[in-house]
Design a protein around this ligand. Structure first.
Ligand code: F0G
Length: 376
């Protein structure tokens, strides 16, 4: 039959896994690419604006793409435990895939700065949750040490299998559109995902024959996975929260802050790769205040019916700003990745939503009056 069985089923031939590895999958990937129809900027400027809704993965973020591949490989190599540092989503995903594989997960999270939904996931999937008195960057330093000193496999995006899995989102987009888009917009935190997309687009678009002239930057263009469908790669646009914007400051930020806690990161691990992707593609980085992020989250949810977490929506905020100021020209095809579901972090959304809850008497008359009042 043709039951969808996840990324390894769909793209195993383009993933460098140990042959015969047992896939650890929850049916991740194959997420919708939704064209935005109601946001005025896109409509007026003749822009084809899409969102890749990664919040519809099994644990509700894009991390599952990388985790299926990283955990599959870890198990194939005989690993009995995985470890990661996380602002929340990686820990939720690691916990779920470890549960699926029947191995242990250790997750280090920053003290008090992770969204409730993500913490609940890690706990429910049976992970050992270690809340550290420090931030994500501290956690990253420690888990890298642990991977050397303890019998645990590191599944942060410094593990190359993570990026291999995440590159498949670019494959799906090219397949859905018949080509790469002109621009691809992403939130940037630890900078793994922008690296993975650039790798995926490079593999889709560059042919092995182009290796000498236009190396993809990761394999030198000679890897066996290049597909060679032709066309060109997108311009890669990376957006950050102003309080956690090392790519805008030109170096690490020592006390990152933002209510978009998923991207509260000051020292991105894939710094060089992300800079390469941006430079090679002719892209740029930009930043948004927390207030602008919440406003964009509300716009997208209330005008398009798509609820994503605050960190995700900087991709759309960025696209809208750059369309509006003409840096993305009319007629362009633009894809924004929505990295995580809005239900991950209901507290932040509820506090800032503009729709109010009205309390009325439990009578037809009271509800009728309320309806007529709201219809204006
Ligand atoms: N959006 C969301 C919802 C995320 O959870 C993350 C990263 C990013 C964007 C940024 O992606 O790190 O590849 O640049 N979350 C990691 C975590 C750090 O621990 O869950 P990136």
């Amino acid at each position: 039959g043709n039951r969808y069985t996840g990324l390894i089923g769909a793209y195993g031939d383009r993933l460098p896994l140990t042959p015969g590895a047992r896939p650890i999958s929850l049916g991740e990937g194959n997420t919708p690419l939704i064209r935005l129809e109601n946001l005025p900027v896109a409509r007026d400027r003749d822009i084809e604006l899409y969102v890749k809704y990664e919040g519809l993965n099994p644990t509700a973020s894009f991390k599952d793409r990388g985790m299926t591949v990283a955990v599959t490989q870890a198990v194939a190599e005989g690993s009995e435990a995985i470890i990661c540092a996380s602002t929340g989503n990686t820990s939720a995903s690691a916990a779920a895939y470890a549960a699926r594989a029947g191995i242990k997960a250790f997750v280090l999270i920053p003290d008090g700065k992770i969204a409730m939904g993500k913490l609940a996931q890690a706990i429910m999937h049976g992970a050992e949750v270690l809340q550290i008195r420090g931030n994500f960057d501290d956690g990253m330093r420690i888990v890298k040490e642990m991977a050397e000193q303890a019998p645990v496999s590191l599944v942060n995006s410094v593990n190359p299998y993570r990026l291999q899995g995440q590159k498949t989102a670019a494959f799906e987009i090219c397949e859905a559109l018949g080509a790469a888009p002109d621009y691809h917009c992403l939130p940037v935190g630890n900078a793994g995902n922008i690296t993975a997309y650039w790798m995926g687009y490079s593999e889709m678009v560059l042919s092995p024959g182009q290796a000498g002239t236009q190396a993809c930057g990761f394999c030198g263009g000679d890897c066996q996975f290049h597909q060679g469908v032709g066309g060109k790669r997108p311009v890669m646009l990376g957006y950050q929260a102003s309080g956690s914007a090392p790519f805008l400051r030109g170096g690490p930020v020592s006390h990152p802050e933002t209510l978009a806690t998923a991207i509260r990161i000051g020292a991105p691990q894939s710094w060089d790769y992300a800079r390469t992707a941006s430079r090679e593609s002719g892209g740029w980085f930009d930043e948004f205040s927390d207030e602008a992020i919440l406003d964009a989250q509300w716009q997208l949810a209330s005008h398009e019916g798509i609820f994503c977490e605050p960190a995700s929506v900087v991709s759309v905020a960025g696209a809208l700003r750059d369309i509006d100021n003409g840096q993305i020209p009319a007629g362009s095809r633009v894809v924004c990745t929505l990295t995580g579901h809005g239900l991950k972090d209901p507290d932040v959304a509820q506090r800032h939503a503009e729709s109010a809850v009205s309390t009325v008497d439990a009578s037809g008359a009271a509800v009728r009056e309320a309806i007529l009042g709201k219809m204006g």
